[in-house]
Design a binder for this molecule. Structure first.
Ligand code: HEM
Length: 443
């Protein structure tokens, strides 16, 4: 079989990590021109990368791959939850967890949590208020995640702890993943912060799980759905430990990704007058002054196209896997134990499917144009066996929050700061200072 091209720009010891950190989007976007399967080094670790939609789907649908190194490093945090587990255990968990994300449940989460928190946020600002919008949306999304999971009266202590701890852990997780194991045990500030945050979560979440199990009622929240889930074959419920792992997994995987997408949404709309004008026209036509509800989401069509375009341009970075056995993919032999990946940035910036890939054009998502894309060209939520269970919830939350806020506010980028993308656990804006300007003259 042919050997694989190693991408130029590799440094001794650190591999391509320097190039990746310096210029992540350009680096990842450049890979499709180098071959269907290429090799990069993340630190000393060789990783095969597939670069076509077809091979991406093949990789993500195959049962010959486990999750790989990043997820090994996350196991102390996620335990054996949906994102980190593998094989038959993962499939069983997935069957038990998916009903919690069903449309009808999402409708309830929207009704009981999302619309009211978005309205509260909208009503909390005054005209001309300066906002650090990245922090505002992160706080909003963490609060939504906390209340969606645990709608019952949670002491503010638990929600505060979740809001405080998860961002701390996410700040450090990627560096952990690509550093040698001993680094985690060094007496560094980053390690101390990570370990303390993990310990605090381990303390507060079991309290809530035990409390909810004790009362046995369906509160319409995610936790009730997890507790009610039964294995189709054995009829067994999840153990407390398993529920704990799923709760931490859902909070961590769901909140950061959604917050980053919502932050980019406001940035893109705020910096593009034509998009902003069309977005506001739609919000005015569909909502007038009232907050958005679950039923409004399909009517907010242009808003949905903006969301898609945000997820095309600034999706999560990479989906990593490890071969369970020797596997052939794209004419290349990937040895058992080797790491293999696909980056959404490579696929989403391929000019064959997305002309002017660096541009921001919500009209690419006009139904006929979107239908002409090859399957696998747009995979912000992954694909195949590990497809994101939270995709519909995320879309619903972003649409409701963005539209509700726009019924009153025009969020205008503050002068003096040029926003740039930063590689953390996801690709996020470094800072997002904005000013809330009233869209309606005072009554
Ligand atoms: C815009 C927001 C979101 C994006 C872009 C996103 C993206 C992704 C992607 C790409 C994966 C697949 C990872 C892989 O194949 O290795 C994934 C998995 C996952 N997501 Fe999301 N997600 C989002 C929101 C959410 C939300 C709101 C939740 C839950 C509340 C959630 C829960 C999960 C879980 C539990 C997994 C693991 C599934 C598995 O490995 O079997 N996500 N997400």
């Amino acid at each position: 079989m042919p050997s694989v091209t190693t991408v130029p720009g590799r440094w001794p010891l650190v591999g391509h990590t320097v190039t990746l950190l310096r210029n992540p989007v350009e680096f990842l976007a450049s890979l499709s021109a180098r071959g269907e399967v290429v090799k990069v080094y993340l630190g000393p670790l060789p990783v095969h990368l597939v670069t076509t939609p077809e091979l991406a789907l093949k990789l993500l649908a195959s049962d010959k791959f486990d999750k790989g190194i990043v997820f090994d490093k996350m196991r102390p945090l996620f335990g054996n939850g949906l994102a980190t587990s593998n094989g038959a255990f993962n499939q069983r968990q997935r069957r038990m967890v998916l009903p919690a994300f069903h449309r009808t449940r999402v409708a309830t989460y929207a009704e009981t949590v999302i619309t009211s928190l978005a309205t509260e946020l909208r009503d909390s600002w005054h005209d001309g208020q300066r906002l650090e919008l990245d922090a505002v949306v992160q706080d909003f999304v963490m609060t939504v995640a906390g209340r969606t999971l645990f709608s019952a009266d949670l002491g503010p202590r638990v929600l505060d702890e979740i809001r405080r701890s998860i961002p701390v852990m996410l700040r450090h997780v990627l560096v952990r993943a690509f550093s040698p194991g001993f680094v985690e045990r060094l007496p560094l500030k980053a390690n101390r912060e990570f370990d303390e945050a993990a310990a605090r979560l381990r303390e507060v979440i079991p309290e809530v799980v035990l409390g909810a199990r004790g009362d046995g009622a369906d509160h319409g929240d995610l936790l009730s759905a997890l507790l009610a889930a039964r294995d189709a074959d054995t009829g067994e419920a999840m153990t407390d430990e398993q529920v704990h792992d799923e709760v931490v997994t859902i909070l961590t995987t769901g909140a950061e990704t959604t917050a980053v997408a919502l932050a980019w949404f406001f940035h893109e709309v705020g910096t593009r007058p034509v998009v902003r004008q069309r977005f506001h026209a739609e919000v005015d036509a569909v909502l007038g002054d009232r907050p958005a509800t679950f039923e409004d989401v399909p009517k907010l069509e242009y808003t949905g196209r903006i969301i898609n375009e945000v997820l095309r341009r600034t999706p999560p970075i990479i989906l990593m896997r490890r071969a369970r056995e020797d596997v052939e993919i794209g004419g290349v032999l990937v040895r058992k134990g080797a790491e293999i990946a696909v980056s959404q940035h490579t696929l989403h910036r391929d000019p064959r499917w997305f002309p002017d890939p660096g541009g921001f054009d919500p009209d690419r998502w006009e139904p006929a144009r979107a239908a002409a894309l090859p399957k696998g060209a747009f995979i912000p939520f992954g694909a195949g066996t590990r497809f994101c269970p939270g995709h519909f919830l995320a879309h619903t939350e972003i649409a409701i929050a963005a539209a509700t806020i726009a019924t009153r506010w025009d969020l205008v980028p503050a002068a003096g700061h040029r926003v740039h993308a930063q590689l953390k656990a996801t690709m996020q804006p470094d800072r997002l200072p904005m000013t809330a300007q009233s869209r309606k003259p005072p009554a």
